[in-house]
Design a protein around this ligand. Structure first.
Ligand code: CA
Length: 224
């Protein structure tokens, strides 16, 4: 899952970024409201974390623009102030939740998980499954036919994305956008390499891979 973090305080930003990356999220960072808005509407994020007080454009204005543009991405607002009116303004502008600084990282993570489970994606379940593959988002464990397999963070993120899109053809560009960050080179063969890593781990003993290569289009995870 790919998250946009818009926070101008460098220490806070790197603290959040590091923590989220350790949890397997892909994180892009912006340090002012204008850059945040640029990223938010040019990339397809699964969640935006938006600080309220930002240079150039404040968080409420960024959030309002995101909603004006019709983007339904969940927005979690961060505020240093505990003023009720800020929260109301943020929620009025279309934020889905807010968190007052300082906060414990675990609380941020719990809010993020709750937002990612909301019906926007119509997927409230914690376990994604297709064929005999099961992936648990909370414990970050994966089973193939009751046998647990161990995946790297990237393999896990790739499998999660394929399972969310099971039976659909997903292009390399879509995969890159949700599983890798802005610095990813779409012309490299990294995605194909990771698809092969994943196949080695989930296809043992099968005649045919669960991850079908659709020539000229991308990949499809076969659900049945
Ligand atoms: Ca700030």
């Amino acid at each position: 899952m790919r998250i946009l973090l818009v926070e101008d305080e460098k220490k806070m930003s790197s603290f959040i970024e590091r923590g989220l990356k350790e949890e397997g999220f892909v994180v892009d960072t912006a340090f002012d409201g204008e850059a945040g808005w640029d990223y938010a509407h040019t990339n397809d994020y699964d969640l935006v974390i938006l600080d309220l007080m930002l240079p150039k454009m404040n968080g409420i204005a960024v959030c309002a623009k995101i909603r004006e543009k019709g983007l339904r991405v969940p927005v979690l607002m961060l505020t240093a102030r505990d003023a009720v009116e800020d929260k109301v303004k943020g929620l009025d502008a279309g934020a889905d939740d807010y968190l007052t600084k300082p906060f414990a990282f675990d609380e941020l993570l719990a809010r993020i998980r709750a937002l990612l489970r909301r019906p926007r994606t119509l997927e409230q379940e914690v376990v994604l499954s297709a064929a005999d593959v099961k992936l648990d988002l909370l414990t970050r464990r994966v089973w193939v036919a009751e046998r647990e397999v161990s995946l790297s963070q990237k393999e896990f993120a790739l499998l999660e994305f394929l399972l969310r899109k099971k039976d659909e053809v997903v292009s390399r560009a879509q995969i890159a956008e949700h599983v890798w960050d802005l610095h990813f080179d779409p012309m490299s063969n990294t995605i194909d390499v990771f698809i092969n890593f994943l196949r080695k781990k989930i296809d043992a003993g099968r005649d045919k891979s669960l991850i079908e290569t659709v020539r000229g289009a991308g990949y499809r995870f076969l659900a049945a």
